[in-house]
Design a binder for this molecule. Sequence first.
Ligand SMILES: C[S@@+](CC[C@H](N)C(=O)[O-])C[C@H]1O[C@@H](n2cnc3c(N)ncnc32)[C@H](O)[C@@H]1O
Length: 326
Amino acid sequence: MTITAGAFAFIADLVKQMTAINLGPGKEYLVENRLASLARDAGFRDVAALIGRVQLSGDDRLRRQIVEALTTNETSFFRDRDPFNALRQVIIPDLCRKRVATHRITIWSAGCSSGQEPYSIAMTVVDHPLINSEWTVEILATDISQEMLEKAKSARYSQLEVNRGLPAPLLVRHFERCETDWRVVPAVRNLVRFQQLNLAEDFELPWIDVVFLRNVLIYFDTTTKIEVLRRVRRVLRPDGYLFLGGSETTLGLDDEFERVMLGSATVYRPRGAGVPEIPTEGAAPIAGPAARPGLGSRPSSLAGSPLPGSPPGSSLAGSINPPGRR
Ligand SMILES: C[S@@+](CC[C@H](N)C(=O)[O-])C[C@H]1O[C@@H](n2cnc3c(N)ncnc32)[C@H](O)[C@@H]1O
């Protein structure tokens, strides 16, 4: 069975209106595959019958379920590793210097899916030797999908999910057994605040120091990418940092961002923010022993090692681009 061009156009319009996700031509197979189980579970003969019902009745619940089924939620712990290495080795030390008056850092995972990204950020923060009990680190995690937010809030992951990207020492330290699954421990879980937010609509947020907006822009058309980047820039502090996915860029979309390399990580900063000071070995205790009252201490076996998964010699000192390189 193949859905008609009219049914596909209806679904593509619905998804575009509700999420800004662009289901270009040729995605009929995706609509059919993703909606097949929803159609079956909701008692429809096939996908065409499901779409027909929504066209006729405007059933809001079914609409939302269709849109949920058509968002791509692929994610994993410490996905792509480099951004988390840069966060630990350069950005947190930089922000600890610059925010010393307030002792407050805010990090936003925009399009957080089932939570692996914000919990990876939270583990990086909790394990960071510069972050002690004087610091307030807020991690805001948002997504358009209520279903993903529910899963993320539960902080519960299968063995298969933790096998994807999560180093064993971090599993042992930051997770507890929950029947056959694993659950993030409260000390990490409680750093993250979840909220539903549609990036394609105007939103208000507090000032943000670091934004992770990774693997979300790829689903939008150019106009929406431009609008989303503009909205993000409005809440990002002038000396803040923006991470995008590996196949995403601000180039050609928003000239107010400039690209900076931190080791092998690409980060975007508001124009004029320049390149952060890079801690040299021994100058900042990023690899030193943990001294973090209130946050527990880091096992000595990990002290001094790069974030698990860092390539050998991934120290960032001296390996960044000169200011202004784009
Ligand atoms: C592929 S996942 C990326 C997850 C994570 N950032 C990562 O890189 O692993 C994309 C996420 O963006 C969310 N998303 C799609 N459109 C959105 C929108 N308009 N506003 C907010 N989130 C959206 C989806 O629900 C999905 O969870």
